[in-house]
Design a binder for this molecule. Structure first.
Ligand code: CTP
Ligand code: MG
Length: 230
């Protein structure tokens, strides 16, 4: 049994929009619709949607029911940080073998990539990612570039990120007992609290995380092209 946790409980501060970015419309549909559709059409068994407490009814009525996303088992309230939203999704699962964690802000995810993740997860934790195209520098607080890591080894990490349910829950338990540093994704939690590595599977440059206003134009174009190829 494989369960997806789709995260839609952020505030979208960097988007500077009135409503959280996952509910803004792209081609007439809310951003969160696109991830749900890709998962609904994938080989996933069921889906947990995590959103803000005040958006639960809206998600249940206007999105899940309206678009017939019948793989969505539950819509649950998230937390103040991304990892608390993941935790809340994990806690709402009664039983599953594997979990795929996905950011709803990655509206351009495809069913094909989700199925690739599903095929790979039984071999161990994994995540989608793409090799970086730019030179990356470490810049200090004075704005001075102090280091240039070897680009050949650098990948941008995306979602879905895929884990054994028990293993991820174990890592979260350990993190809650002794949290250190900034946490931006779940593979970090596995590294830091269980000392376990994740494989990085090649994703797609289309699978952007819609974060700032200019990303909307890019994502809309990708989605338009998907429609054309259907
Ligand atoms: N997310 C979440 N719960 C949070 C924070 C984030 O479910 N407390 C989700 C977002 O809805 C998003 C994904 O995690 O789909 C990735 O987070 P990010 O792109 O950083 O979204 P926001 O946190 O909403 O944006 P910002 O950081 O600009 O405020
Ligand atoms: Mg954020």
């Amino acid at each position: 049994m494989i369960t997806a946790i789709i995260l839609a409980a952020g505030k979208g501060n960097r988007m500077k929009s009135e409503q959280p970015k996952q509910f803004m419309e792209l081609l007439g549909k809310p951003i969160v619709y696109y991830s749900l559709k890709a998962f609904q059409e994938s080989n996933i068994d069921n889906i947990i949607l995590v959103t803000g407490e005040e958006y639960i009814t809206y998600c249940e009525e206007e999105i899940v029911k309206c678009y017939h996303f019948d793989k969505v088992m539950r819509v649950v309230a998230g937390g103040t940080e991304r990892y608390w939203s993941v935790r809340s999704g994990l806690d709402s699962i009664v039983s599953t073998d594997y979990v795929l964690i996905h950011d709803s802000a990655r509206a351009c995810i495809t069913t094909e990539l989700i199925n690739k993740c599903i095929d790979e997860v039984s071999a161990g934790a994994c995540t989608l990612g793409v090799p970086v195209k730019d030179t990356i520098k470490v810049v200090d607080s004075d704005g001075i570039g102090i280091e240039t890591p070897n680009r050949e080894l650098l990948w941008q990490i995306q979602t879905p990120q895929c884990f054994s349910y028990k293993e991820l829950l174990d890592a979260y338990e350990k993190m809650q007992k002794n949290r250190v540093g900034v946490i931006t994704d779940d593979t970090m939690i596995l590294e830091q609290y269980l000392g376990k590595k994740s494989r990085v599977i090649r994703g797609s440059y289309n699978n952007i995380k819609i974060t700032t206003p200019e990303d909307l134009i890019v994502a809309e174009n990708f989605l338009k092209n998907y429609e054309k190829s259907c």
